[in-house]
Design a binder for this molecule. Structure first.
Ligand SMILES: [Zn+2]
Length: 388
């Protein structure tokens, strides 16, 4: 593979559109330069559509890929969580085949790096192939305080398996992360935070109105879920505040954090976050197709955009999405919020995502020396092809 020169109707460099420029990559696929078309010489590959750096999927559960199509749409979150718990076990060969197919799908759709939630070791073999880069979020849950020690030890053992899987190759970064505010007990939070230090964390946040209701009033659908699980939650008392405003005080102000979903995050919550934290450390991850799948509601994206909050995209898993495709997530936001500029949406999908996963040295923009991948996006955001 020698030097290549790419030109299309529009070129997005990870931050903005560049007029009339040609992307030049070297024989290792790294960005060599962006030059005006008049200075680019010959052998230019000319395409219709938008050239973009590869996409970053900040929230996926690759290990749930075998659940594609199993759960009906529109159930709401609490029944959905119950069905994931009931349906996640399957013969190992089926699970592994679905993981490989899902990774292929992401590759073909122009995704180059993934923040992947892991409750099991099933994805390790696939990830060792190094076709995509991963940040592994080893997820831990348990609302019963008596389970904290055992659950955390299990997560630590799993994280060690991911760490040693690198085997002389590029190491795979990982953190042990909380599943959600409603599924992590106080003692488990303490273990997570102590272990994380300044590492990146991720959490499902305010995905359903029942989450806020539970923290504000100790009422709603989660009460029924715990009853079904035969969990006595006498130890839990309502804070009178939204879930985000209840749990965020547990974390250091500078904790790098990806908040996933944010469908029921209010203006008041956002103001609170700004006052409490060094807000550049927080990224707001949108998974609009999963929100539509589970509950048909979308987050208030213009509200999240105010004051330069940093937004990124995730696909969530194939249990709650028909495809693992960032362009498809972008197209849904474009449909519902047509005033949002394409350059904003593409920034969230590329440079913001890379920074959120702390992979910005390699990915997210056409800057010299990086190897971000080259993707051709259809001008109407109906699909993407990977060119490099
Ligand atoms: Zn998720």
């Amino acid at each position: 593979m020698g030097y290549r020169k790419f030109k299309a109707d529009r070129l997005f460099d990870g931050y903005r559109f560049r007029e009339g420029e040609v992307l030049v990559t070297d024989d290792g696929g790294r960005v060599a330069d962006l030059v005006p078309a008049g200075d680019a010489g010959d052998n230019i590959e000319q395409y219709n559509g938008i050239l973009s750096p590869g996409f970053i999927n900040c929230h996926c559960h690759l290990e749930l890929s075998h659940m594609k199509g199993l759960i009906p749409e529109g159930t709401g979150l609490v029944p959905f969580v119950g069905q994931v718990m009931a349906g996640r076990s399957k013969p190992e060969d089926e699970i592994l085949a679905a993981i490989d197919a899902a990774e292929n799908e992401m590759y073909d759709n122009g995704i180059v790096a993934v923040g992947d939630i892991c409750n099991t070791a099933y994805t390790i073999d696939c990830k060792k192939g190094q076709r995509l880069r991963y940040y592994n979020f080893i997820e831990v849950s348990g609302f019963d305080p008596a389970l904290a020690e055992m659950r955390f030890e299990t997560a630590k053992e799993l994280s060690a398996r991911f760490e040693f899987a690198a085997n002389g190759q590029q190491p795979m970064p990982w953190s042990i992360v909380p599943h959600s505010p409603y599924s992590v007990s106080g003692p488990l939070w303490e273990k997570i935070i102590h272990n994380a230090g300044s590492k990146l964390l991720s959490i499902h946040n305010q995905e359903d109105p029942a989450e806020n209701e539970f923290f504000e009033k100790k009422e709603g659908a989660f009460m029924g879920l715990y009853e079904k699980m035969k969990l006595d939650i006498h130890f839990f008392s309502a804070s009178g505040k939204s879930s985000l405003r209840t749990y965020l005080t547990r974390l250091p102000a500078s904790q790098p954090l990806i908040l996933v979903h944010n469908v029921f995050t209010s203006a008041e919550d956002l103001l609170y976050v700004e006052q409490l934290t060094a807000s550049p450390s927080i990224y707001w991850c949108l998974c609009p197709r999963a929100n539509r799948y589970i509950s048909t509601v979308l987050p208030d994206v213009p509200l999240l955009m105010q004051q330069g909050r940093r937004i990124v995209f995730g696909t969530d898993s194939l249990a709650s999405n028909h495809r693992l495709d960032i362009v498809s997530e972008i197209s849904l936001v474009r449909e519902f919020y047509p005033a949002i500029a394409d350059s904003d949406l593409l920034t969230w999908a590329t440079s913001n995502g890379a920074a959120a996963l702390q992979l910005q040295d390699e990915f997210g923009s056409f800057e010299k020396g990086k190897k971000p991948g080259v993707v051709l996006v259809d001008e109407h955001f109906t699909g993407a092809n990977r060119l490099l």
